[in-house]
Design a protein around this ligand. Structure first.
Ligand SMILES: NC(=O)c1ccc[n+]([C@@H]2O[C@H](COP(=O)([O-])OP(=O)(O)OC[C@H]3O[C@@H](n4cnc5c(N)ncnc54)[C@H](O)[C@@H]3O)[C@@H](O)[C@H]2O)c1
Length: 317
């Protein structure tokens, strides 16, 4: 066969050997060509804007920093005030300043606003300001939450209902305020931070567990409402995470009464995990959120993703 008879779609032996080596290295000639043509950033959210409620500290802060590392401009909002029914210190304005500095250190912009997720007025102001400053909104992380414990007949009605008002109604109001802008752009990602507490029952945590079961139901229902606009809506269900929500005297005394220390709490949590770990670092939840907002999760919607070290493997509903 003369050289000119070669079908241009046929590869030479030399070419095939070269390509099989590339395949073994996990590369393709196409992806290499692309890499050579534009040696651009590997950051996946450059030019995007992410709003994180409860972003002053804890899981919200970790997600804000992680999305900033991916190149997104960040909006954080937080109540930054104490609710009277909550027995541990909540986020404050210094925490918000710290998150803003940590986000900006990643080379992106950060808008920080005080807002209570129970208030649609507050949330609408956050969305209006976000669009005024950045011109768009791409990612919504409904993370703000509170915890309280007590047997149902021992808890004040107000304390019980505060949990539902923030962890369930607050998420619903966050989605209601933000979805119109996502629809306008005909694309978007919503991630609700639920909990493994939304996967089962826990004596002494009826309000919290009810709120998290509700948040998962809300996520799955809204996923069906926004899918036509290329918007995904998923929940993450974290196990016990090393944040101020757990690292406080109230929780340590309740969950680790014989050793109410950080180490005691950690040991206590190990018992419920299949993997050899106690409290997880908030970065583990941020990793899951970054994934759900990435192109790798383009067609994942309506799921509740456990990041739980196996704690839900035995009896998840
Ligand atoms: N820490 C855990 O073990 C754990 C486990 C599973 C799920 N979660 C959930 O993760 C989310 C974040 O929790 P965290 O551990 O980072 O707690 P955290 O207390 O450290 O941070 C929560 C933030 O939300 C803010 N917030 C509370 N109520 C608000 C409101 N009404 N409006 C606006 N902001 C408000 C707080 O001020 C605080 O800054 C919560 O929804 C929580 O239920 C936490």
């Amino acid at each position: 066969m003369k050289k000119k008879d070669l079908n241009p779609n046929q590869l030479s032996r030399r070419q095939m050997v070269k390509n099989s080596g590339l395949a073994m290295a996990g590369l393709s000639t196409t992806s290499l060509a692309r890499t050579n043509a534009s040696p651009t950033t590997t950051k996946q959210q450059v030019g995007k804007v992410a709003l994180i409620t409860g972003g002053a500290r804890g899981i919200g802060r970790a997600i804000a920093i992680a999305l900033a590392k991916e190149g997104a401009n960040i909006v954080i909002c937080d109540i930054a005030a104490q609710m009277s029914s909550i027995a541990y210190p909540m986020g404050n304005s210094e925490d918000m300043t710290t998150t803003k500095k940590l986000v900006e250190a990643e080379g992106v912009k950060c808008l920080s606003m005080q807002a209570d997720v129970r208030s649609s007025t507050d949330l609408n102001k956050v969305v209006t300001q976000t669009v005024a400053d950045f011109g768009r909104l791409d990612i919504v992380i409904a993370n703000a939450g509170i915890a309280n414990m007590g047997f149902i007949e021992q808890m004040d009605d107000d304390a019980w209902e505060d949990i539902i008002a923030v962890n369930l109604v607050g998420v619903a109001r966050t989605l209601k305020a933000t979805i119109p802008q996502l629809r306008k752009q005909n694309t978007g990602r919503i991630v609700v931070i639920a909990s493994v507490s939304g996967r089962g029952g826990s004596p002494g945590m009826s309000a919290y567990n009810s709120s998290k079961w509700g948040a998962i139901g809300l996520t799955k229902s809204v996923a069906g409402e926004v899918g036509n606009n290329n918007i995904t809506c998923n929940a993450i269900c974290p196990t016990a995470i090393d944040t101020p929500m757990l690292q406080n005297d109230f929780v340590k005394k309740l969950w680790s009464p014989t050793n109410p220390t950080a180490a005691g709490l950690n040991e206590q949590m190990k018992g419920s995990h299949l993997l050899p770990i106690g409290l997880l670092d908030p970065k583990e939840i941020a990793n899951a959120a970054v994934f759900l907002c990435s192109p790798q999760a383009n067609f994942i919607t309506g799921v509740a993703l456990d990041v739980a070290a196996g704690s839900t493997a035995r009896n998840t509903a």
